[in-house]
Design a protein around this ligand. Structure first.
Ligand SMILES: [Zn+2]
Ligand SMILES: [Zn+2]
Length: 365
């Protein structure tokens, strides 16, 4: 008798999530199954639901980040460090797979996040192909997926609380090249902004400013490492600009990080970053329209360094685990998801995430 696995499927954009039964897959040599403890609902899932991401092969099982225990494997299975894994081990995996290692992006340009073959669990893998998403009782880990043991000090809740936002933040920090003593402003208090504030503080920033909303999110930002928060809801753009300049010696922050996904935020950030400073754009994951920028005033004359930041690499996943192991006792990543949802409650979870009522939700399949 074939065993079955329940999964929540997004059949198409703007259609309700359905629970479907899948046969438990026959594993090929090197393949494995994760018994899901937790997955997440994040902003990406809302974009998927809105049909805002290109080339998504609906129906899909969303949930690109998941963690749990090793349920089964065919043949000996090793983690990325080369250690043998056994059934019941607490593991996490890197959601990006099949980067080819041969194309221009992977080799000459050294930007594997732009590899055209790159696939991502829960986003670019169709439910017709199997259990490729975390909104399921089990996730199929195909041969070659990067697997790591969850460090003992890291709870499932902290791992998913950090989740994709933490991986993005590790990449942002790399792109931002924060120097000790820098004043850093983060635009956005979603999952990415919160983790970025935490990491900027630990990277030696002398002052971390978070601009966002609502008030409870800003309270969490301060608990994560922000020194000062500015409420987007009760300030004008001019007031935010003046306040940020006042908090950075009248010069503007050395580094500004956009994690807001708003064309207006981009304009504000370009205006507030100091001359010769760095601006990292990480929130424009979908096209939110044009911004008005004067190349002379905002870029050339300011001698600005502007950097995009797209996706993450296995190294960011492993660094995220190391950071969680070192800091999760003092950084409340577990507080980012404010609610738990079963597979049957994911329509509600998506509508709450759509209204920005939750930065992220925990999924308990
Ligand atoms: Zn490639
Ligand atoms: Zn995500």
């Amino acid at each position: 008798m074939t065993r079955t696995v329940l999964a929540a499927v997004m059949p198409a954009p703007r259609t309700p999530i359905e629970i479907r039964e899948f046969p438990e897959p026959e594993l090929p040599p090197g393949g494995a199954l994760l018994r899901t403890a937790l997955s997440e609902v994040c902003g990406t899932d809302v974009h998927l639901w809105h049909g805002r991401l290109a080339g998504v092969p609906y129906p899909i099982i969303p949930g690109h980040v998941a963690t749990g225990t090793l349920d089964a494997s065919r043949g000996p299975l090793r983690d990325v460090h080369g250690h043998l894994l056994k059934e019941g081990d607490r593991i996490a995996f890197f959601d990006v797979h099949r980067t080819c290692g041969r194309c221009l992006a992977c080799t000459a340009h050294r930007t594997p996040t732009r590899c055209p073959s790159r696939r991502v669990y829960g986003i670019t893998d169709s439910a017709n192909e199997g259990l490729y998403g975390g909104w399921a009782e089990k996730v199929y880990l195909e041969p070659g997926v990067v697997i790591a043991r969850l460090p003992e000090a890291v709870s499932f809740e902290s791992y998913i609380g950090g989740g994709c936002g933490l991986l993005t933040s590790v990449h942002i920090l790399e792109r931002a090249r924060i120097s000790p003593g820098d004043v850093v402003a983060v635009q956005g208090a979603g999952a990415v902004g919160l983790s970025t504030a935490a990491l900027a503080r630990r990277a030696g920033a002398s002052r971390v400013i978070v601009i966002g909303a609502p008030a409870n999110r800003l309270e969490l930002a301060r608990a994560m490492g922000a020194d000062v928060t500015i409420d987007l809801g009760s300030s004008s753009a001019a007031e935010r600009h003046d306040r940020v300049l006042e908090l950075s010696g009248g010069l503007g922050p050395d580094v500004v990080i956009e994690a807001a996904g708003s064309a207006r935020a981009f304009e504000e950030g370009m205006a507030m970053v100091r001359h010769g400073g760095t601006y990292v754009i990480a929130g424009h994951y979908t096209n939110v329209g044009d911004s008005t920028i004067n190349a002379h005033e905002h870029i050339n004359r300011k001698h600005l360094d502007i950097r995009g930041c797209w996706g993450s690499e296995a190294g960011h996943f492993l660094r995220a685990l190391t950071l969680l192991e070192r800091y999760s006792h003092e950084v409340p990543w577990h507080r980012i998801p404010s609610r738990r949802f079963t597979l049957g409650q994911l329509n509600e979870a998506l509508s709450l995430a759509e209204q920005f009522a939750i930065p992220k939700g925990l999924v308990t399949p």
